[in-house]
Design a protein around this ligand. Structure first.
Ligand code: MG
Ligand code: MG
Length: 262
């Protein structure tokens, strides 16, 4: 069942998502060699609670922490740990969610730790670009498959591959609502996009092959070929005038010097 949101509800969704953006901004300042992913998690949890919200991931399906921290060949759902220390040249995907005033925000960004291999940087650039190309398709009357087709064809044209096992999703009072929003698909296929729908578009793109597996911890998704993977996610509302991005990379770009691409 797809829940269409009212203008008031979309404004509350925006508030929850802006807080996710600010949290990613706080974390951007800490992403340097030597920091543990658990330190990032603790900072995020405190920041979210200080702003009157609750970390949406904590306890979700039994997840033990407030953010997902996925390093290098980890795709998504990495569990923060004091044993995972960031090193120069790593990439780290941070996925963050908040619940504020009954509504959920959800957004992710892949950060560079110091100087990163140009080949990997190019993967991050393409993945972020594919996110914005996907968002452009999120127009009333188009279909979910138009988003997936656009993300997939762009990333594959650059030689990358699209993870199949994990997809974007509708979002609202709950973090995961209908419909599913795959990062692959066919034009003109899938549910029709309607004004008032809120969805998360979140390309998970691999430098090498698309195959992934789940680690023994039961959460962490990793590439089989051990090559890097990138993850960028925005939460958007479909409006009569076009897609409205509810989350924000503005704070992390300001604070970390990460350059905006759009
Ligand atoms: Mg997310
Ligand atoms: Mg999501």
């Amino acid at each position: 069942m797809i829940y269409l949101k009212t203008d008031e509800e979309i404004e509350l969704m925006r508030e929850a998502n802006q807080l996710v953006g600010k949290t990613l901004g706080e974390l951007a300042k800490l992403i340097v060699p030597g920091v543990s992913t658990l330190q990032l998690d603790k900072t995020a949890e405190m920041f979210i609670r200080d702003h009157g919200a609750v970390p949406a991931f904590l306890g979700h399906g039994g997840f033990p922490n407030s953010i997902c921290t996925s390093v290098n060949d980890q795709v998504v759902h990495g569990i923060p740990s004091d044993k995972v220390i960031l090193e120069e040249g790593d990439i780290i995907s941070i996925d963050c969610g908040t619940t504020l005033k009954g509504f959920t925000g959800d957004s992710a960004y892949t950060f560079c730790v110091g100087m990163v291999d140009p080949e990997v940087k190019e993967l991050l650039k393409t993945t972020e670009e594919s996110l914005y190309l996907g968002i452009k398709q999120a127009v009333e009357g188009k279909r979910v498959g138009d988003i997936g087709y656009t993300v997939q064809s762009y990333c594959e044209s650059k030689g990358y591959s699209v993870v199949r096992e994990l997809v974007g999703h509708g979002i609202g009072r709950k973090m995961h609502e209908d419909p599913e929003v795959p990062n692959y698909g066919r034009r003109g296929n899938g549910p029709v996009l309607r004004s008032g729908m809120c969805i998360c578009i979140e390309p998970m793109i691999n430098l090498g092959r698309k195959n992934v597996f789940i680690e023994k911890d039961g959460w962490t998704v990793r590439t089989k070929d051990k090559k890097c993977s990138a993850h960028f996610e925005h939460c958007i509302a479909i409006r009569p005038e076009g897609p409205m991005i509810l989350s924000s990379f503005k704070f992390l770009e300001e604070l970390s010097g990460n350059k905006a691409i759009n």
